[in-house]
Write a protein of this length. Structure first.
Length: 270
């Protein structure tokens, strides 16, 4: 049997010490890396937190004239028209013709101003960590707006065909006394949306053009034109103009005291 020399024993202890030291460093480095990965912002997901008073509108279809219009994606829509208070707080000014009550709908803003407001809301909610990548606030398409206004009904209005009952649901020429009114004072439509008929007309995304004589799926209107669509009727026109199907148009750079907006939210279309 060969006895180890003191020099050999020292060498063995040195090698064992180095090996143990390397093993300990690797474990510590691995743990530190794992901790960094767990705390990395890239590994956490932003959860969608829609604005207060947004209503989830499920995909579906409605009939416009003789042809079906199909919405294939769920989206959110504001329960109320955007108020002067909401607009001013974000944009720093109030373009409205009827100031004095911050709960009145903002109006006299152009299509471009309406789009800018939606973009500002998107930026604010992204920075606050409430809006995941791929989601944006925007104006509703004309088809989305009408689908939400109808709320599963097939009548002239979401409340039926009798304009005599409109006073419960809409501010129009017949009852407005020549002015806008705070949002949400009338009864909502069947999906819980207020002032879809009357108070102020509401900008939509689409350029104005005659409807195609064909079934449509997720229509967004023509690629370009002279005028943008707005819908819903207003305080200064008769209830007949506030039917679900009714539409009007204006140059996107123009603003007038009976047109406002309502905000939609969805994933960006791929």
């Amino acid at each position: 049997m060969i006895e180890p020399t003191s020099a050999g024993l020292s060498t063995c202890l040195l090698i064992l010490s180095i090996a143990l030291s390397h093993t300990g460093c690797d474990k510590g480095s691995s743990d530190a890396s794992a901790r960094r990965l767990e705390s990395s912002p890239a590994s956490s997901k932003t959860e969608l937190v829609p604005l207060t008073n947004m209503v989830l509108i499920k995909a579906g279809s409605f009939v416009r004239g003789k042809y079906p219009v199909t919405i294939t994606r769920d989206f959110w829509l504001g329960k109320y028209e955007v108020t002067q208070g909401e607009y001013t707080a974000l944009m720093g000014k109030n373009p409205s013709h009827f100031p004095g009550d911050t709960n009145r709908p903002v109006e006299r803003l152009s299509y471009f101003q309406a789009v800018a407001y939606c973009s500002a809301v998107t930026k604010r909610e992204q920075e606050a960590g409430r809006l995941p990548p791929g989601y944006a606030y925007r104006l509703p398409t004309e088809a989305e707006w009408e689908y939400a206004c109808r709320a599963g009904t097939t009548n002239l209005f979401s409340f039926g065909d009798d304009s005599g009952t409109a006073d419960q649901f809409a501010w129009t020429l017949e009852n407005s006394e020549g002015t806008t009114h705070p949002v949400g004072l009338k009864r909502p439509n069947p999906w819980g949306l207020y002032d879809m008929h009357g108070n102020v007309w509401e900008w939509c995304l689409d350029w104005f053009a005659p409807y195609p004589a064909a079934p449509l799926t997720d229509p967004t209107g023509p690629a370009s034109n002279k005028f943008k669509v707005f819908k819903g009727g207003g305080w200064n026109q008769e209830i007949e103009f506030a039917r679900s199907v009714n539409r009007f148009m204006m140059a996107p750079s123009s603003g007038i005291y009976f047109v406002g907006l309502r905000v939609a939210l969805s994933q960006s279309h791929q």
